[in-house]
Design a protein around this ligand. Structure first.
Ligand SMILES: [Zn+2]
Length: 502
């Protein structure tokens, strides 16, 4: 009996765990068994592995081959283990030496002819290999740039099983990642493209500075989408840690490009209003894919025509909004994806979506109900609501609109003030601060808080609405470089809410 061994990684959500593969060649009729593996995808990989080995010019052992993956409780879905399965068999038959193999994690699907194919989730898998203390990881050549983002582990890319075997024998080399030049992405569009709409522009700046969720309503064609697309360009670039975290999610989504493997700017994700719960939240057969809410992690989730979104999808947004995370139950465990995003909603005021309010042909009830369906799950979370109107016409001769860079600089200063204020408690933006902190430890001066107390006393505002107004007031204060929100800051914040329905 001969034993072989190779290492790979199982990825669930964005969490990876080392998997040990053992190949056991024994007496008996030629056969291949994969032990304890219910997943049909893995049974299929048995055929790919066998064919790839034969087409690489290596001998598939006679006799009975048993392949076992451990630990047994891990999710073993997917084709990522092909390369390690093949090499473990070659190790068992003595075809490859063990020195390099013992210290190397192998990731990749095999084509029948022995080519190594790209798999999803290479980045989180490489991070897991590093965490497990392994010095080297071999990945599909197409994913070498993505894998090379992880420091502290040697990353090598392979185009074929043949190349891996040759390298293990010390006879050839594998691809090394080129130096990555991050930060080359450009945000889509500049704020100076947006004509007029001063109030909505100001709302966008406040939302960016405080991390507030934002709703724009108004007739079609007045720039709601243009404004939304420009929100990421006002947000600070991602830190190194955030970059890797966001890139790992997009690695699982299979949405990274080989040329631009590292995501360094806040992502912008805009699912269509007809999107399914699975596409929004994540899931699907096989390896659970991250949904729109997770691809928008540390960035912006833009829901255009949000009143048209199905009730089930709206309800499903509740958990990520509350917990900043999505957990997808799988047959073999739970996939976890971060989902902490800034929500930006846009809606027409009514179903007929007229260019001018006076042209509306909707029944009054239909008009009221239209945005009403948002109220439970979403409107409760909205800090800033702007009702946009059609432009009276661009006024030429006005000063040119400010650029994204100018506004982003103010946003960065305001964010720095907020981060400093909350640093001891671990919050970064005003939007994250719990209501009781705002009401007690950071209570506003009596004259500043007076308008909020009046609104509460008159029943024009809920307690949660009051907390939201105070958060926005802090952001407005930070934007002007103040120390404590003034009554004017509070009134401006209230203004963002009171013209919408309560
Ligand atoms: Zn209408």
């Amino acid at each position: 009996m001969a034993l072989g061994r190779a290492l790979s990684v199982a990825v669930t959500g964005v969490d990876g765990q080392l998997v040990e593969i053992e190949a056991d060649i024994g007496q008996g009729l030629p056969s291949v068994n994969l032990v304890g593996l219910p997943d049909t995808a893995l049974q299929e990989s048995r055929n790919r592995v066998r064919s790839a080995v034969a087409n690489t010019g290596e001998k598939w052992p006679d006799g009975r081959v048993i392949l076992a993956l451990s630990p047994a409780t891990l999710p073993k879905v997917g084709s990522v283990y092909d390369l390690a399965l093949a090499v473990s068999v070659l190790d068992a038959s003595g075809a490859v030496p063990g020195e390099r193999l013992a210290k190397t994690v192998l990731l990749g699907e095999l084509a029948l002819d022995g080519r190594v194919r790209r798999v999803r989730g290479v980045l989180p898998a490489v991070i897991a290999a590093r965490t497990a203390g392994l010095p080297t990881v071999v990945v599909p050549a197409e994913a070498v740039a993505e894998a090379g983002l992880v420091e502290g582990i040697e990353v090598l890319g392979a185009t074929s099983l043949r190349a891996v075997v040759t390298w293990l024998r010390g006879e050839g080399s594998l691809l090394e990642p080129d130096g990555i030049v991050p930060g080359a992405q450009a945000p889509s569009g500049d704020l100076s493209d947006v004509v007029g709409q001063d109030e909505a522009r100001w709302a966008l700046e406040v939302a960016a500075a405080g991390g507030h969720h934002l709703l724009l309503t108004g007739p079609p064609g007045i720039g709601k989408t243009m404004l939304a697309q420009r929100l990421p360009g006002l947000l600070p670039p991602l830190s190194e840690v955030e970059s890797l975290e966001v890139t790992a999610i997009h690695s699982m989504a299979g949405s990274l490009s080989a040329e631009q493997p590292l995501i360094t700017l806040a992502p912008f994700v805009a699912p269509h209003h007809s999107t399914s719960v699975t596409a929004m939240i994540g899931g699907g057969s096989g390896m659970a894919r991250p949904g729109a809410v997770s691809r928008a992690h540390r960035g912006v989730l833009f829901l255009d025509e949000c009143a048209e979104i199905g009730t089930k999808v709206l309800e499903a947004l509740r958990t990520p909004l509350e917990e900043g995370e999505v957990r997808i139950a799988r047959r073999d465990g739970v996939a976890r994806y971060p989902a902490r995003f800034q929500l930006m909603l846009a809606a027409n005021p009514c179903p007929c979506a007229p260019a001018r309010d006076v042209d509306c042909i909707c029944a009054p009830l239909a008009r009221r109900r239209y945005l009403g369906k948002l109220s439970g799950p979403l409107l409760d979370r909205i800090d800033i609501w702007v009702q946009m109107r059609g432009q009276a016409g661009a006024t030429f001769g006005d000063e040119p609109a400010e650029t994204s860079a100018t506004v982003a600089a103010r946003v960065a200063q305001a964010r720095a003030l907020a981060a400093q204020r909350w640093s001891a408690d671990g919050w970064v933006t005003n939007a994250e601060v719990p209501g009781h902190i705002l009401r007690q430890r950071f209570r506003l001066p009596r004259e500043s808080i007076a308008p909020v107390e009046t609104a509460l006393r008159l029943g024009r505002m809920s307690a949660r609405g009051a907390d939201r107004a105070i958060r926005v007031a802090w952001t407005i204060c930070d934007l002007r470089g103040g120390e404590v929100p003034s009554v004017q800051d509070v009134l401006s914040a209230l203004n963002f809410r009171q013209r919408g329905a309560q």
